[in-house]
Design a binder for this molecule. Structure first.
Ligand SMILES: [Zn+2]
Length: 212
């Protein structure tokens, strides 16, 4: 079995997969980790998602306080069977900008990875793209064998994967551009995802009123 680690180059967070469960233990001596939900408040319900916001404790040269990692993780349910009392992450879902925003404002993760279907058999290249809440564009480069049946099948399969609150539009394109780094991306999120953005606290409002 291979054990995974979760961390970042800013060294604000370190978590390791447990040998007795599939959870990740956060090492609080390394960094203080908070999960901040879409409502801007700390996530307290196991199984709920939040953005990882972290404060490093080991880097005295470049301390980062409540640093937004742009990573989204799911809170684990403790205590772990191994007996360690560290806070738990159930899993790390991915980067904030990899989420789809549904019409209800909910975030869907990893859509392109979850589509296990043969509906793309006659597709040469594809890319999901979002620039409006509740709407996803599927750009497709067709293979010569692509027909009307394929289009209907794609709508059906992708629609099922995204649920009722996301409208899918297929667009046929000649090419799908690579990123500046020459990478091929399956999903481009063009809206800023405000995950874990804190509402200003009440007293901060008061302070700005006074100074204004
Ligand atoms: Zn454990």
């Amino acid at each position: 079995r291979v054990f995974s680690w979760y961390g970042n180059s800013e060294q604000t967070v370190l978590a390791g997969e447990c040998e007795e469960s599939t959870h990740y233990h956060i090492f609080p001596e390394y960094g203080v980790v908070e999960l901040i939900g879409q409502d801007g408040r700390p996530v307290t319900t196991p199984g709920a998602m939040g953005e990882v916001v972290a404060t490093n404790l080991t880097n005295l040269v470049c301390p980062l306080i409540r640093y937004r990692t742009m990573d989204v993780a799911v809170l684990g349910k403790g205590p772990c069977s191994c007996g360690r009392n560290y806070p738990l992450l159930e899993r790390v879902e991915g980067r904030v900008q990899e989420f789809i925003v549904t019409g209800k404002g909910e975030l869907l993760s990893g859509i392109t990875m979850n589509i296990d279907t043969d509906a793309f058999d006659n597709v040469k290249q594809f890319q999901f793209y979002q620039e409006k809440v509740g709407e996803v564009i599927l750009n497709i480069v067709k293979k010569p064998t692509f027909g009307d049946r394929d289009a209907n099948y794609l709508y059906q399969e992708v629609g099922r994967s995204c649920g009722d609150d996301v409208t899918i539009t297929i667009r046929y394109v000649d090419t799908i551009p690579l990123t500046a780094r020459g990478k091929y991306r399956y999903f481009v999120q063009n809206m800023p995802i405000r995950f874990g953005e804190r509402e200003p606290a009440q007293n901060e409002h008061v302070a700005s009123d006074i100074s204004a």
